[in-house]
Design a protein around this ligand. Structure first.
Ligand SMILES: [Fe+2]
Length: 276
C-alpha cells in the first residue's frame, strides 16, 4: 500500500461548445485545456484528478462532448461529481465507460474504496436549482457507505459549499441540510477532508472539526465581495487548482496552485549559502 496519495482538485469548468464564451466573456474550454497542460506537467504526477462539479455551463450533451474530447489529453485518472450547471442524465451518458460512474439511482453518487484513501462522490444537486441539498435519502446512503470502512481515511467530494462564505449571492445557493451533514460526520471520524466547488474561489473552513476546502475555478472566479447584497459578478483573477496530499503518518495537507504563475523555479542558495 502506498504511504502517499495526491489528489489534484479542479472545479467549475463551465465548458461550452462550438467556440462559445461563457457569459460572452470567458473561453472556458481554452482555460480547461491550459489546466490539463499544467496537470500533465506536474512532477511527481498526482494520483488522481477530482473534478468537483460544473463540468459544463448548461448541461448540454454537446458541451459534454467538448469536455470529453478535451479530457482525452489528460494523462491521469480522473473522477467527477455533478454541479448545479450539470445534467445528471447527460453526465451518465457522457461518462458511462468510467469505472466510478453510477449506473442507476436518483443521485450521481459513487465511492472508490480500493485506494489508500476512500473517495466518495456525493451528489448535492437539486435539478434546475442553483442551491444544493443534503436530504434524508442522501444521509442514509452516506451513513451506509461510511459504515463499510470505518477506519479508512476518507475524503468526500460534493459541489455545494456546506458553510457560509460571506459572499451574499453565493450563500443564498449553498448546501441546504448542513446540520444533517454535520450530524453524520460526527459519527464517522474517518472523514478527513470535504472538497467542494461552486464558489470558484479557494476558501477553507471546518465542519464537525473536518477541514472543508472549496477550489478555485479553472477559468473565471466569483468576485470577492462580503456585502450581503453583493452583485453576482465574476472576475478574471488567475485560475487555480488544489493539491491535497495525504501521507500515512501525517494525514492531509492542501496546497493552492495558481495556474497564472510562471512555472520556472529559482534557487534560494548557491555555493556561498543563502543568496545575498
Ligand atoms: Fe460553477
Amino acid at each position: 500500500m502506498k504511504d502517499q496519495f495526491v489528489i489534484a482538485q479542479i472545479s467549475d469548468l463551465h465548458i461550452k461548445a462550438h467556440g462559445k464564451l461563457s457569459y460572452k466573456k470567458v473561453d472556458t474550454l481554452h482555460a480547461f485545456k491550459r489546466c490539463i497542460e499544467h496537470l500533465n506537467q506536474l512532477s511527481p504526477a498526482p494520483d488522481l484528478v477530482a473534478i468537483t462539479g460544473d463540468l459544463t455551463d448548461f448541461g448540454r450533451s454537446d458541451e459534454y462532448k467538448a469536455f470529453t474530447d478535451a479530457i482525452a489529453s489528460l494523462n491521469l485518472p480522473w473522477v467527477a461529481i455533478a454541479g448545479n450547471h450539470d445534467d445528471r442524465e447527460n453526465l451518465r451518458v457522457a461518462y458511462k465507460n468510467q469505472p466510478w460512474q453510477p449506473e442507476q439511482g436518483t443521485f450521481f453518487n459513487w465511492v472508490i474504496s480500493d485506494l489508500p484513501i476512500q473517495i466518495i462522490g456525493l451528489d448535492s444537486t437539486v435539478p434546475n436549482k442553483p442551491w444544493g441539498e443534503f436530504c434524508k435519502d442522501q444521509q442514509e446512503w452516506l451513513e451506509q457507505t461510511l459504515s463499510l470502512h470505518p477506519h479508512k481515511p476518507t475524503i468526500i467530494l460534493l459541489h455545494h459549499h456546506p458553510f457560509l462564505s460571506g459572499i451574499g449571492h453565493m450563500d443564498q445557493q449553498n448546501l441546504r441540510g448542513i446540520e444533517r451533514l454535520e450530524c453524520t460526520l460526527k459519527k464517522h471520524p474517518q472523514v478527513q477532508r470535504i472538497l467542494c466547488g461552486h464558489l470558484h474561489r479557494f476558501i477553507t473552513t471546518t465542519l464537525a472539526g473536518i477541514t472543508v476546502c472549496s477550489a478555485p475555478g479553472t477559468s473565471h472566479q466569483v468576485a470577492l465581495d462580503f456585502r450581503l447584497d453583493a452583485p453576482a459578478h465574476f472576475s478574471l483573477e488567475p485560475a487555480g487548482m488544489l493539491l491535497h496530499r495525504w501521507n500515512i503518518k501525517h494525514g492531509f495537507t492542501t496546497h493552492y496552485l495558481n495556474l497564472g504563475t510562471p512555472e520556472a523555479t529559482y534557487p534560494f542558495y548557491d555555493e556561498n549559502g543563502l543568496i545575498d
